[in-house]
Ligand binder design. Structure first.
Ligand code: ATP
Length: 628
């Protein structure tokens, strides 16, 4: 379905492009025809000759008529049958009209009079036409280019005349129809915003007592946690207009446009006060000048940021404009933005807890016919770490799966498959050789068996050797029992053992590893790196934090080591990371060796059925443990 949609858009764009190209060709052809059909004949009709020829023709008495223009002189010789024609008239030129470029010549009029030539000045009309052509033709290409850009920008939602205008979309709160009832799992965050709502509803209550409300509120949290939704709901609850713009909209190709947009946005907002201005992705303009670095200074961004700061300073706190900004990279923001009187109130919007996920699922399935077997509590339980947007996506995916089956209701199986799709990506049919399939089966069985054998890892939910669109040839899906806020050293080591379990199984069974373990190794190494440099979990390096503050990773951004570290320490860090990963792989190898018969059985079952679930893995492990 979506494929057809994309094709349609593609077709439309191609059509528009073709239209523009045809338009240009037709315009150029038109210009050329204009030149050839109208302009050229005027000149072609009369052959151009040197002024001296004209003068000698006048002197010889061959010229009958002359029209004197500013840029040209047209003259016609006597016709052959004309009774007044001179006897020596050159017959081959008789009756011809010529043109010549005038030369300053005071004598000309007297000579024409003396020769009895009829002469006149060029009528003003034809001058106008020439003049018109004279300016129209050079201007035409510029007009065409201008029109072309005008259309292109116009299609993008603005046009060249309003390039400095803010792109903020105004939706009134009531129209957006969004309230806190549409948001799940963010009750505490909503409480913090309630104060702003009551201020917007009745500002007098606050101003009477001289209270000042924050001008700016910064919502900080991972992507998809509902920051935009919160800002909309705040406007909706207060019943005030809602302006929304994204930081990247401010940054245009023309310097100064961003600043003009900020000015315009605040002008509009002040007119509609009380209102809410929502700036999404504020980090696009508000990035710290220090972190951007001297090599990457960006005038446009800086001007826009300065304009935003001065606008925020320029209106009084009781003017009724509240700015809500959102970012998932608070650490890169310029400190100037976070000063009192600007975005001095920060509200964290975290990933939802299990209870929150249950609420979000409830909201999104509100109008959906669910089958009896759908257990939203269970879905909330197995989706730890998912954002609100992920959950909305799962619900939508499940509904799509059900409608593809032409079913009247959405079932639990639809949800299960939808979760897998969000985690692992779509299934892909990829014809694999038996030998490759066998390797993948052992690799995944290795992960699953190690996970099943170690006590402090997340339970295995499903093991599959069906390739996915995300590029994996198979996957082992583990789902946590509950939200985890703290992870112990033992748990981290066991997770690393599970990650290296796939490679360990390949080593055990085939005597060598394959490229399939690259991603596992990357994740295990990253875990080891954090254990060593951030969590102080090794004897050799002690309880020391080795990362530079500026690069501190928030939300999984890469961290950098402190620059002043000695080369010895860096070498030691590398060595410790390697030791941890090697130990994890050894743990996995030992476990698999010990339970080799279970490994073979799981792998055989996988090869046969392609997908097996967590309970089956546990059953096989239990059976083999009871065998003598
Ligand atoms: P980003 O940082 O990527 O801009 P965001 O935090 O602004 O993301 P939203 O755009 O508000 O996230 O959320 C995207 C969608 O996810 C919403 O339209 C909504 O369908 C769903 N969603 C996210 N969080 C929630 C929530 N707490 N309750 C209900 N739905 C949610």
């Amino acid at each position: 379905m979506s494929n057809t949609g994309e094709q349609d858009v593609d077709k439309k764009q191609r059509k528009q492009l073709r239209f523009s190209a045809i338009y240009l060709v037709v315009a150029l052809l038109g210009m050329w025809l204009f030149q050839v059909l109208i302009f050229q004949p005027l000149l072609l009709e009369a052959q151009e000759v040197p002024y001296s020829v004209f003068r000698s023709d006048v002197a010889a008495g061959h010229v009958k008529e002359v029209t004197i223009g500013q840029e040209r002189i047209f003259f016609t010789l006597y016709d052959q049958g004309d009774p007044t024609a001179p006897a020596d008239l050159p017959l081959q030129r008789a009756g011809m009209t010529y043109n010549t470029v005038p030369v300053p010549d005071d004598q000309l009029i007297q000579d024409l009079l003396a020769a009895g030539v009829t002469f006149r000045a060029e009528p003003p009309d034809s001058g106008l036409l020439t003049n018109l052509l004279g300016w129209f033709i050079p201007v035409l290409p510029f007009a065409l280019i201008w029109y072309y850009f005008y259309r292109r920008l116009g299609r993008g939602g603005s046009n060249i005349l309003s390039i400095g205008k803010s792109k903020a979309k105004e939706i009134t709160g009531e129209m957006s129809g969004i309230t806190f009832a549409n948001i799940g799992g963010l009750d505490e965050v909503a409480v913090e915003l309630k104060e702003i709502i009551s201020f917007l509803k009745s500002p007098e209550r606050f101003t009477r007592l001289g209270a000042k409300l924050p001008k700016g509120v910064l919502l900080v949290g991972p992507p998809g946690t509902g920051k935009t939704l919160l800002a909309k709901a705040t406007a909706g609850e207060a019943g005030v207009p809602f302006f929304s713009i994204s930081g990247s909209d401010f940054v245009e190709m023309f310097v100064g446009v961003g600043a003009a947009r900020v000015r315009d946005l605040f002008e509009q907002a002040k007119k509609k006060a009380p209102c809410i201005v929502f700036v999404d992705e504020i980090d696009a303009i508000g990035q710290s000048r220090a972190t951007v670095g001297a090599l990457h200074t960006n005038d446009e961004r800086e001007q826009t940021l300065n304009q935003l700061l001065s606008e925020m300073d320029g209106f009084a706190p009781n003017q009724g404009v509240v700015i809500i900004a959102a970012t998932n990279r608070p650490e890169v923001l310029d400190p100037a933005l976070l000063r009192p009187g600007r975005f001095d109130r920060q509200i964290q919007v975290p990933l939802p807890t299990e209870k929150g996920r249950r609420q979000i699922l409830g909201i999104h399935t509100r109008n959906m016919p669910l089958a009896e077997d759908v257990n939203l509590d269970r879905i909330a339980q197995i989706t730890a770490g998912f954002s609100g947007a992920d959950l909305a996506n799962i619900v939508n995916e499940a509904a799509l799966l059900a409608s593809r089956r032409d079913a009247a209701q959405v079932t639990m199986a639809d949800f299960d498959l939808a979760i897998e799709r969000v985690v692992a990506g779509l299934q892909r049919s990829l014809p694999l050789k038996e030998e490759v399939k066998r390797k993948v089966a052992y690799h995944e069985s290795g992960h699953a068996l190690v996970a099943a054998l170690l006590p402090d890892t997340d339970p295995v939910h499903k093991v599959s050797i069906i390739p996915t669109a995300k590029g994996a040839l198979g996957y082992t899906l583990q789902v946590p029992e509950e939200d985890q806020y703290l992870v112990s050293e033992t748990e981290l080591k066991q997770r690393m053992a599970v990650l290296t379990g796939g490679r360990a199984a390949e080593l055990l069974v085939f005597g060598e590893a394959s490229t399939g373990a690259a991603n596992d190794l990357q994740r295990a190494t990253e875990m080891a790196r954090r254990m060593v440099t951030e969590f102080g979990m090794t004897e050799a390096l002690g309880p020391v934090h080795y990362l530079a503050d500026a690069g501190m990773g928030y939300l999984g951004q890469r961290a950098v080591l402190r620059p002043e570290l000695s080369p010895e320490t860096e070498t030691l860090i590398d060595r410790e990371i390697r030791r941890l990963v090697e130990e994890a792989q050894q743990t996995a190898l030992n476990l698999l060796r010990e339970h080799e018969s279970a490994l073979h059985q799981i792998a055989a079952m996988l090869q046969e059925r392609e997908v097996i679930n967590g309970e089956e893995v546990l059953r096989i492990v239990a059976e083999h443990q009871h065998q003598p």
